[in-house]
Design a protein around this ligand. Structure first.
Ligand code: FES
Length: 631
């Protein structure tokens, strides 16, 4: 039996509504997604976050489930909020979506200073060449040639080397401008190698100065696209956004579960990411004044799942033991096959993968950090929703994945938020709790770097013990103002980080016992990844020459706080440093240098994938890593 479900799709505009007819018993989230209405489902519909909450505005509010009570808390439940993934439609109801996340102000780490600053010695050879040619066309009717053959002869390649999409406009291009035509070629391996040159564009007149490329880092949570001039390496524009697939699951496993064996859902994930990349193309082109048709090369990095979804490949088996990727080798395909709205025959190069959960982003990090170039033993940690740990030197490279989930980015935390304006990003704990917010705005919630600072400060003060328990019994020993912030609400232990009205906050911001557990799970994943790779490689802390923190999250976190909570090992401060968005830098290196792209391919073959879950020590190391260091 079909039941009407009214969805108020814009919390600020009561007229924006959709009326759906859904089978009785269908969950609201599933009904909305089937109708193309975006409700963010960070935990993939498992009742473990609050992102899918809706407010009942008409009809009977269903009794709350345990998940509603745990995740939303008594106040929101009383106001009529429910988790849309947990509640089914049985009669006519109207629900309002929660306010959307303010994506514009998200503090996603961009592309960084670029190749010219980070690798000034790089020899630029993107493999793209442009030359202005005068092509001799047939003059009389007794000829036995063609436009294509004339062009190929002028360029010095076989006719088969001219990409088919170039032919559509070839006759006009060859005849329209007396100055001649500009022919763009791509030589895999670099211009010096010369072999296998392909003609990827023919334009009328002289456009030889216009030669651009894109470096794209597709992360589980954020996507960064950088436009670069291919001769000078100059970074012209960079744009970053949330990955729009997050609506269907915040971490990799929930995204794979959404796609699993369902071609419709797979198509949705594919079109979301391609749509976003085309928006990025439009944006960087608008900002720089570059025409999309002058973009001839693209390098994409991403984890295995993101790579597969971009190509429209079913990632189902990546999520099932033994976690086999569908393919691993480097791929080059024309932009029209993605499809990206740039030169149709532009070469889109995807870097190779290592394993199901160690992807091209890890290869790019290893390349950018030059891990394999030195004898020194170094560890690169790419902290993100799906983190990676790579340990290596000239002799050997080992990598594992560290699935932290999105908690360190503020998801699945009661008052967590991403690094947007109003997010608490730094915290000091002394005789009280003092917060700093992004944009110095009134506090709205707390983001990952703030969470880590907060936990480090509370641990140091003794307000949380080494097992992560909020230490209600220790209140008498705490300074009175700090002690007053530790409260019991029903059965729940909480720390009131900001009271309503404090620093202009509209409402209270608390850290719950469950929030602490979520951060412990996330930091346990990263810390156990580091510890296990060290253990398997036989490299104790005192033999680690340097730890490199990379990724969108790593650049905002305080190193001292990260060490205090045991997210990273307690190496001397001088041996830990930030390296920024190393995955994006690796993509930029491969964009500007075919030699670097070849190095990346060689590195991928050298990286040994370490599967942690199968290791007999893993459970013990993980449980240990969940606890905080005792001091
Ligand atoms: S609780 Fe519904 S998607 Fe997370």
């Amino acid at each position: 039996m079909a039941v009407p479900l009214v969805v108020l799709t814009d919390p600020r505009d009561a007229r924006a509504r959709r009326e759906l007819a859904v089978a009785a018993g269908t969950r609201i989230l599933a009904a909305a997604h089937a109708a193309g209405i975006d409700i963010t489902a960070t935990c993939g519909g498992r009742g473990r976050c609050t992102s899918c909450r809706v407010k009942f505005v008409e009809g009977t509010v269903p009794p709350p489930t345990i998940m509603d009570e745990v995740q939303l808390g008594a106040d929101l439940v009383r106001e009529g909020y429910r988790l849309s993934c947990q509640c089914a439609v049985t009669e006519r109801v109207a629900v309002q979506l929660a306010p959307p996340l303010e994506e514009r102000s998200f503090q996603i780490l961009g592309a960084g200073p670029g190749v010219r600053a980070s690798a000034p010695a790089l020899t630029i050879d993107a493999g793209i060449a442009k030359e202005l040619l005068k092509v001799a066309l047939p003059r009389d009717e007794h000829h036995q040639t063609s436009d294509l053959e004339s062009l190929a002869a002028a360029v010095g390649v076989a006719p088969e080397s001219v990409a088919p999409a170039v032919l559509a406009t070839l006759p006009q291009a060859l005849r329209d401008d007396p100055a001649g035509v500009t022919v763009t070629t791509f030589a895999p391996g670099g211009r010096a190698a010369g072999a296998g040159r392909q003609v990827v564009a023919v334009e009328r007149g002289d456009t030889t100065a216009m030669k651009f490329g894109l470096a794209i880092d597709v992360g589980t949570t954020s996507v960064v696209t950088t436009l670069i001039e291919l001769e000078s390496g100059e970074q012209l524009a960079s744009v970053s956004s949330l990955n729009p697939q997050s609506v269907f699951g915040g971490d990799l496993m929930s995204r794979i579960a959404f796609a699993q064996f369902n071609p419709g859902n797979l198509r949705k994930l594919h079109t979301r990411i391609v749509g976003l990349l085309n928006q990025h193309v439009a944006e960087v082109c608008r900002e720089s004044g570059v025409l999309p048709k002058w973009i001839y090369k693209v390098v994409v990095v991403g984890n295995t799942c993101m790579h597969h979804l971009l190509l429209g490949i079913d990632p189902s088996h990546v999520g099932l033991a033994p976690y086999a990727p569908v393919m691993r080798h480097p791929v080059t395909l024309p932009a029209r096959d993605v499809p990206l709205k740039i030169a149709p025959e532009a070469r889109v190069c995807l870097l190779p993968l290592v394993a199901g959960f160690v992807g091209a982003d890890a290869v790019a990090v290893a390349l950018a950090t030059r891990l394999a170039d030195r004898d020194a033993l170094r560890i690169a940690v790419d902290i993100g929703t799906n983190g990676e740990v790579i340990l290596g030197s000239r002799a050997r490279l080992m990598a594992c994945s560290a699935p932290a989930g999105p908690a360190l980015e503020g998801a699945q935390i009661r008052h967590g938020m991403r690094g947007a304006v109003g997010a608490i990003d730094r915290v000091e704990v002394d005789d009280d709790i003092r917060v700093h917010t992004i944009g110095e705005a009134p506090p709205l919630g707390i983001c990952g770097s703030g969470l880590i600072d907060l936990l480090a400060g509370l641990l140091q003060a003794g307000a949380i013990d080494w097992t992560g328990l909020i230490a209600m019994d220790a209140r008498a020993a705490l300074p009175p103002r700090l002690a007053a912030r530790l409260v019991m609400r029903g059965e729940e232990r909480q720390i009131v980080v900001v009271r309503a009205g404090e620093a202009g906050a509209a409402g209270e911001i608390v850290l719950t016992q469950d929030d602490v557990r979520q951060v412990q799970l996330a930091k346990g994943a990263i810390a156990s990844g580091i510890a296990m790779v060290q253990r398997i490689a036989g490299v104790p802390d005192d033999r680690v020459d340097e730890l490199l923190l990379a990724g969108g999250f790593g650049n905002y976190v305080s190193i001292a706080s990260a060490v205090r909570i045991g997210l990273i090992p307690a190496l001397p401060a001088g041996r830990i440093r930030y390296v920024g968005n190393a995955a994006s830098l690796g993509a930029q290196l491969c964009l500007l240098s075919e030699a670097e792209r070849a190095r990346a391919a060689a590195l991928a073959l050298r990286i040994e994938h370490v599967s942690l879950a199968a290791h007999p020590d893993f459970e013990e190391v993980f449980v240990d890593a969940m606890n905080f260091p005792r001091r």
